[in-house]
Design a protein around this ligand. Structure first.
Ligand SMILES: NC(=O)c1ccc[n+]([C@@H]2O[C@H](COP(=O)([O-])OP(=O)(O)OC[C@H]3O[C@@H](n4cnc5c(N)ncnc54)[C@H](OP(=O)(O)O)[C@@H]3O)[C@@H](O)[C@H]2O)c1
Length: 236
């Protein structure tokens, strides 16, 4: 049994974020999710926020703090893809992905760190991707944004580690969600062939790694990149 915490997950209205919220609820935590539309699973508080807008993040945190208490665990999960071959990738394709996936995580973690420093406790989990370190043709923007989260988490670990704040990265491989359903069939089949586990993962399997990193048993783990990828990214 782990200590019950107040948890905030960005992008908790569907996909991996939704599954992470479900798992935290199942383990007895106080759970809030951000959503731009829709809502989180049963037992969660849904707050409206867009990670590209710092004011909306600030307002969401304030609402969660008022309803559930200071945020002790934050999961930066919201993310987008805008896949395109480099030659055809516009500057907007590149910067919009960076703005959501990387700067969005910065906005959320910076706001969360205020309360964590005061409490001298915090668990920060950033949802990256296997392609952050593996690379992926047609995903230069996405891969760059996800690789950058590793440097971000490791810098936070060095800066805030002595205050009992950990910052870790979870790097999912091919997980069955709306994001991967959009990939062409041929690309999906190609990926599957290269996964040692021989199958795609489920959002629930990612959620188990996230809750473990946020729990009491992972107190001495920080700056780590935990793959949940069936072996796809081994050695990267
Ligand atoms: N699926 C995979 O195989 C896979 C693999 C590796 C890593 N990941 C990462 O895991 C995370 C979740 O992915 P997923 O597969 O669950 O994706 P998804 O089903 O497409 O869901 C993405 C979530 O992010 C939210 N979001 C996007 N832009 C946002 C913004 N500007 N502000 C607030 N929320 C925003 C979405 O909200 P709306 O509903 O409002 O759009 C949605 O809740 C992402 O960071 C993704 O890169 C996924």
């Amino acid at each position: 049994m782990t200590t019950p915490r107040t948890v905030l997950i960005t992008g908790g209205n569907r996909g991996i974020g939704y599954a992470i919220a479900e798992e935290f609820v199942a383990q007895g935590h106080r759970v809030a999710v951000t959503a731009r539309s829709g809502s989180g699973p049963a037992g969660t508080l849904t707050v409206i926020a867009d990670v590209t807008d710092a004011a909306s993040i600030d307002a969401a945190f304030t609402e969660v703090e008022n309803e559930l208490g200071p945020v002790e665990v934050v999961v930066a999960n919201a993310g987008i893809t805008r896949d395109m071959l480099l030659l055809r990738m516009s500057e907007d394709d590149f910067t919009s992905v960076i703005d959501t996936n990387l700067t969005g995580a910065f906005r959320v973690v910076k706001r969360a760190s205020k309360g964590m420093l005061k409490a001298r406790f915090g668990r920060i989990v950033l949802i990256s991707s296997v392609v952050g370190l593996y690379g992926s043709a047609g995903q230069a923007n996405y891969s760059a944004s996800k690789a950058a989260l590793v440097g971000f988490a490791r810098s936070i670990s060095r800066e805030l580690g002595a205050r009992n704040i950990t910052a870790n990265v979870v790097a999912p491989g091919f997980i069955e969600t709306d994001m991967t359903a959009e990939l062409p069939e041929a690309q999906q089949a190609e990926y599957k062939k290269s996964i040692p586990a021989g199958r795609y993962g489920s959002a629930a399997e990612v959620a188990k790694a996230v809750t473990w990193l946020a729990g009491d048993d992972a107190a001495y783990i920080t700056g780590a990149v935990i793959p949940v990828d069936g072996g796809l990214g081994m050695g990267h």
